[in-house]
Design a protein around this ligand. Structure first.
Ligand code: FDA
Ligand code: NAD
Length: 433
């Protein structure tokens, strides 16, 4: 094997966080001959959010959906495109198609699923999440039932979109919202089934969600809310043919997309003895685990979110990027300032050429307290969360670039605010004043 068996810094996982950590090691002149990245995937780290957005563009006319190597990290933040050649040029050992299956904390040694071993001085866990699957006994593994986490999954989905007519999407979270928008752009008949009363129940207010439901319905989507899927049934060809929901209705489908959440891929590290929190690896504000030579970043890390005063994981790309930059600083400089993350989530749908108007939103802060919706979907809409007189969270849909720029400042500042005054604002512009 080509394994360099004794590397100073080893990153397990080759996703969003790993790509940005590699950049930070390079920027600090600490990569060449010192850094190895081991990834189960066959491709170098890429910007995962593309997979449920541009990647799924219908291939029509001049539309050229993004494909690798176009969206390797760090192009999502305007950085260099880190292709496999880039890693080679920088002297980084990038081991693709290789899965780590064991860790011995006392020997500081990792084992690959092929039985090779390699040791580290400092280990960074960046194994991300896997898509939660529906049980096989209810048809969750039938041909035609898709999950989406990596490029291989997205390729399979694009192929299925080309042949499908009726799609049933399970789940009303990020994947449900983004993938059903793509399916509508392909001109497919789309039914969404999820247990909550509306889209994105953990973040959207009923007011925000109502606008989204109206838009999706105007494009032909059918919402089945307050119901979960009981089972999938195959047709004579063995492929999935229908979804049966808890409301006892049957929905014909030649394609199912499941987006029912993700699980951090950390079991082997917890089994090795690292402390657990929030289903992930517990780390301090230097992203260091209960073992001082092991760090965790991205989806795997349960870290102190200072502004919220709580410890949790964040399954979003902005944190993957920022925790990656921070961990390299922590490893190279020792005790600098702690990681101080401001939660930031976003989505974009219908950006496909020739489809409905593009809609995009951003949220910063904490969705805690009483919420005030301001403005109409046309042309834009905002929501403000006010907790005991303090503004804690802000959501903006279809704002101007300079308005979006205000959001992190407002959410970080946490101004005192008179909620009755805010309720009087009839436009987003007035509310942001
Ligand atoms: P990530 O999942 O990116 O990478 C983990 C890597 O580790 C993978 O390559 C995996 O194969 C590898 N691995 C796992 N176990 C291993 C082992 N034992 N050995 C070797 N390798 C192993 N967020 C956002 O803010 N905005 C958005 O629009 C989107 N959109 C989006 C779309 C889709 C389809 C998904 C699946 C996710 C998003 N996200 C998102 C979430 C965002 O992509 C996610 O939070 C980051 O990718 C997390 O980065 P990580 O590096 O932690 O994990
Ligand atoms: P999610 O947690 O956003 O949403 C899951 C949805 O599935 C929820 O509405 C939930 O109630 C529903 N659900 C759960 N069990 C169900 C069942 N049995 N039947 C029907 N519905 C059920 O998760 P996701 O949308 O699957 O996304 C997966 C991961 O990818 C997450 O980490 C997410 O953060 C990430 N992601 C993020 C973005 C973004 O930030 N724009 C985009 C895509 C994916």
């Amino acid at each position: 094997s080509s394994l360099n068996r004794n590397t100073e810094y080893v990153i397990v996982g080759g996703g969003n966080a790993a790509g940005y950590a590699a950049k930070a090691f390079v920027d600090n002149d600490q990569a060449a001959g010192k850094l190895a990245i081991i990834s189960s995937e066959e491709v170098a780290p890429y910007e995962r959010p593309t997979l449920s957005k541009g990647y799924l563009f219908p291939i029509k006319g001049d539309a050229k959906p993004p494909r690798l190597p176009g969206f390797h990290t760090t192009v999502g933040t305007g950085g260099e495109r880190q292709t496999p050649e880039w890693y080679e040029q920088k002297g980084i050992e990038l081991l693709l198609g290789t899965t780590i299956s064991g860790l011995d904390l006392s020997k500081k040694e990792l084992t690959t699923s092929k039985g090779d071993t390699l040791s580290y001085k400092k280990l960074i866990v960046a194994t991300g999440s896997t898509a939660s699957r529906l049980p096989e006994k209810i048809g969750g593994a039938l041909p035609g039932v898709n999950y989406i986490r990596n490029v291989a999954d997205a390729d399979g989905l694009v192929k299925d979109f080309q042949n499908a007519k009726k799609v049933v999407v399970i789940g009303g979270g990020y994947i449900g919202m983004e993938v059903s928008a793509a399916a509508l752009a392909w001109g497919l008949d789309v039914t969404l089934i999820f247990p909550e009363p509306h889209f994105m129940p953990r973040l959207f207010t009923p007011g925000i969600a109502a606008h989204y439901h109206k838009l999706y319905e105007s494009l032909g989507a059918n919402f089945v809310t307050g119901a979960s899927v009981e089972r999938f049934e195959a047709g004579p060809d063995g492929r999935v043919a229908k979804a049966i929901a808890s409301n006892k209705q049957e929905y014909d489908a030649d394609l199912i997309v499941v987006g029912v959440g993700a699980k951090p891929a950390v079991q082997l590290f917890l089994d090795a003895g690292l402390d657990e929190e929030a289903k992930g690896i517990k780390v301090n504000d230097q992203l260091q685990s209960s073992n001082p030579d092991v760090y965790a970043i991205g989806d795997t890390a349960a870290f102190p979110i200072k502004i919220l005063g709580s410890t949790s994981r964040v399954e979003h790309v902005d944190h993957a990027r920022k925790s990656a930059a921070h961990v390299v600083k922590a490893i190279l400089d020792g005790s600098g300032e702690g990681y101080d993350y401001l939660p930031y989530f976003y989505s974009r749908v219908f950006e496909h050429p020739g489809t409905a108007r593009k809609v995009w939103w951003q949220f910063y802060g904490e969705n805690k307290g009483e919420v005030v919706d301001v403005g109409d979907f046309d042309p834009k809409l905002a929501a403000f969360w006010v907790d005991e007189g303090t503004l804690k969270g802000v959501f903006l849909e279809s704002g101007a670039p300079e308005e979006f720029k205000l959001l992190p400042e407002i959410a970080r500042m946490r101004p005192k605010i008179d909620i009755d005054e805010l309720k009087k604002a009839d436009t987003v512009e007035k509310a942001l004043e």
